[in-house]
Write a protein that binds this ligand. Structure first.
Ligand code: ADP
Ligand code: ZN
Length: 212
């Protein structure tokens, strides 16, 4: 089962990708996570990506495509994978068609006010990566991860100026993928504006229909 999770920042695709990955035992491949790790580890890739990411812009297609191509050559994707945050441009989607067979592109739909509300309140554990929200899903002790006691932080690109930029980039470069996958007969929509449980239910129905 080879899936793409598509949607604007804040739609909850990362959260659902994590749940789905654990439930079905297939890896979640998040290009955002890979880039953030590269930045933290100060690798060559990280050095190239850092300033671009802080501004909320996209890492160049050639770098991103090569990265995913190499990742999908590994053995652990044989039973399937979830691409979370890739492809994000038409060029990436066309390249992906040359090295992977996709079953479905799942599109997480949500309106703009809700995106901004979610992203500005999002906090991440610096140790284990767990995701919180200051009002929707607060940790028991403010600023501290329930699971591991790690310190929570706000991503630089979850600050208001970067959010505006990310939304603009999404609309211009990523939204066209909805038509791309719809034309290919692979698009499945999820109403992602209610809560994580509702998104998960819709997702399970879609996955069951794919596996059937
Ligand atoms: P978001 O919450 O905006 O979906 P991600 O964690 O997926 O964020 O990505 C964070 C940043 O990493 C992006 O703003 C972009 O700079 C970079 N990035 C992630 N995936 C891609 C991609 N497929 N192509 C180009 N840049 C990417
Ligand atoms: Zn933690």
């Amino acid at each position: 089962m080879n899936l793409i999770f598509l949607g604007p920042p804040g739609a909850g695709k990362g959260t659902q990708a994590k749940i789905t990955s654990e439930k079905y035992g297939i890896p979640q491949i998040s290009t955002g996570d890979i880039f953030r790790k590269a930045v933290a580890d100060q690798t060559e890739l990280g050095k190239q990506a850092k300033a671009i990411m802080e501004k909320g812009e996209l890492v160049p297609d050639n770098l991103t495509i090569e990265l995913v191509k190499e990742r999908l050559a590994k053995d652990d994707v044989k039973a399937g994978f979830i691409l979370d945050g890739f492809p994000r441009t038409i060029e990436q989607a066309k390249a992906l068609d040359n090295f992977a067979e996709i079953d479905a592109a799942i599109n997480f739909e949500i309106d703009k006010e809700e995106i901004v509300r979610r992203l500005t309140g999002r906090r991440i554990c610096s140790n284990c990566g767990a995701i919180y929200h200051i009002t929707d899903f607060p940790p028991k002790v403010p600023g501290i991860c329930d699971k591991c006691g790690g310190k929570l932080y706000q991503r630089d690109d979850d600050k208001p100026e970067a959010i505006e930029k990310r939304l603009a980039v999404y609309t211009k470069q990523t939204e066209p993928l909805i038509t791309f996958y719809s034309s290919a007969g692979k698009l499945r929509n999820i109403n992602s504006s209610i809560n994580p449980e509702t998104s998960e239910k819709q997702l399970i129905d879609i996955i069951n229909s794919i596996k059937a």
